[in-house]
Design a protein around this ligand. Sequence first.
Ligand SMILES: *[C@@H]1O[C@H](CO)[C@@H](O)[C@H](O)[C@H]1NC(C)=O
Ligand SMILES: *[C@@H]1O[C@H](CO)[C@@H](O)[C@H](O)[C@H]1NC(C)=O
Ligand SMILES: *[C@@H]1O[C@H](CO)[C@@H](O)[C@H](O)[C@H]1NC(C)=O
Length: 480
Amino acid sequence: MEKLHFYSKILVLVLSLSAAVEVAESAIGVNWGTISLHRLSPKNVVDLLKDNKIEKVKLFDADPDSLKALMGSGIQVMVGIPNEMLALLSSSASACDLWVAQNVSKYVVKGGVDIKYVAVGNEPFLTSYSGQFQSYVVPTMVNLQQSLAKANLGGTVKLVVPCNADAYVSNLPSQGAFRAELTQIMTQIVSFLNSNGSPFIVNIYPFLSMYGNSDFPQDYAFFEGTTHPVVDGPNTYYSAFDGNFDTLVSALSKLGYPQMPIVIGEVGWPTDGASGANLTAARVFNQGLVKNVLSNKGTPLRPGVPPMDVYLFSLLDEGAKSTLPGNFERHWGIFSFDGQAKYRLNLGNGYLKNAKEVKYLPSRWCVANPNRDLSTVASHFKLACNYADCTTLSYGGSCNNIGEKGNISYAFNSYYQVQKQNPRSCEFDGIGMITMLDPSIGDCRFLVGVTDEKSLGFRSDSGWCVILLVACWVLRVIFM
Ligand SMILES: *[C@@H]1O[C@H](CO)[C@@H](O)[C@H](O)[C@H]1NC(C)=O
Ligand SMILES: *[C@@H]1O[C@H](CO)[C@@H](O)[C@H](O)[C@H]1NC(C)=O
Ligand SMILES: *[C@@H]1O[C@H](CO)[C@@H](O)[C@H](O)[C@H]1NC(C)=O
């Protein structure tokens, strides 16, 4: 009796442990992009992920530095293939073999990287690409699947295709369908995904719906109840996210795959560079999203589904991204470029924790000398902002109201920091001036750059210079 009791206690313990493991397997992952002006060292980033118990990460390419830093971390990884590589990979089986060898097999070893997915392109069917990548996707998948099989990874590494939500259209979730010109290709892709047990990956951006359409009901974009619910037959939608998700469920059902698993590849809210992009909105949206996902309540068409996998966009701000979509594009991070939490956000394991041991450049800034005539400064301002990031100065941005002199100083400082505080980068024909006093004004932060391993290269470069100088001097002595 006593013994039985003991065993049943153990059983209960084991069961509750496994339940705990399931709970700990938080479905919230992040996108880690690296189009940065000040790159945080990959080790800092991986420590940041670990400190915040973020167990899934999505990369946009197979960046060796990122992958090396992820080795042994236990973090599950999705590795992306840039759209520009698809033409080659679709037409060459050997290029695919090589890609898999160099960028997957090499890392999927004991103590290596847990690569679970390979993303074939990134939103390759985006309307604004006018179909230029469309025909490469399926042939690349076929080639890569063979390469993975040859590498004995056919069952463990799954191919996926992250699509933008513009791949499907509808006024109501129940009427969702893929864009007419994509029907055939989507049928092939979804059948391929299904036979490999892969999910459909979609990127959903209520912010962009709102940004592109002044009539879009604001409260519908957030998760906090709404005065504009969307009634669709028996179902009522209170958030753009749920509505969009179910539109995809309908589109997949039309192709004959109503049960196809769906993973959210990107979702988020920017904090700067446009009106509507601010800290409060981002916090409310992202916290609402996390709550929605972790509640496991699902959506009207998929109620109580198993935990939904979601990759937040994004982990860090990326100051070198194209501003073509808008000036907000460089401000999607839940952390600023230097790994500091922008706002309180709980991903299910407590509030975000800042990156530790970040190596900053010295506390120095470059500003416009207040005693100089600034009337000739336009070309300097333009050059600095073309090279560095000035998007916070734009309408709706955190530095939009700092005046003309403030503008110029901001531009000078951004440039100076990108130039790693090289004193010559603060000259601007004598208008620039280095200061030790932080010129930040209110919410407008004048940044100080960070250095990464690569900037240690700067030191070894100067080491080489010394060696070369000595060598030249020796040669001169010999030949004089
Ligand atoms: C591995 O991936 C990187 C980054 O996407 C790419 O530059 C490189 O060419 C890839 N290797 C091969 C053999 O294609
Ligand atoms: C922040 O953005 C939201 C919409 O995204 C807007 O309603 C709100 O007024 C903005 N707040 C500030 C302080 O600009
Ligand atoms: C500062 O620069 C921004 C962006 O170029 C501009 O919108 C704003 O009007 C400028 N402010 C002044 C006072 O010049």
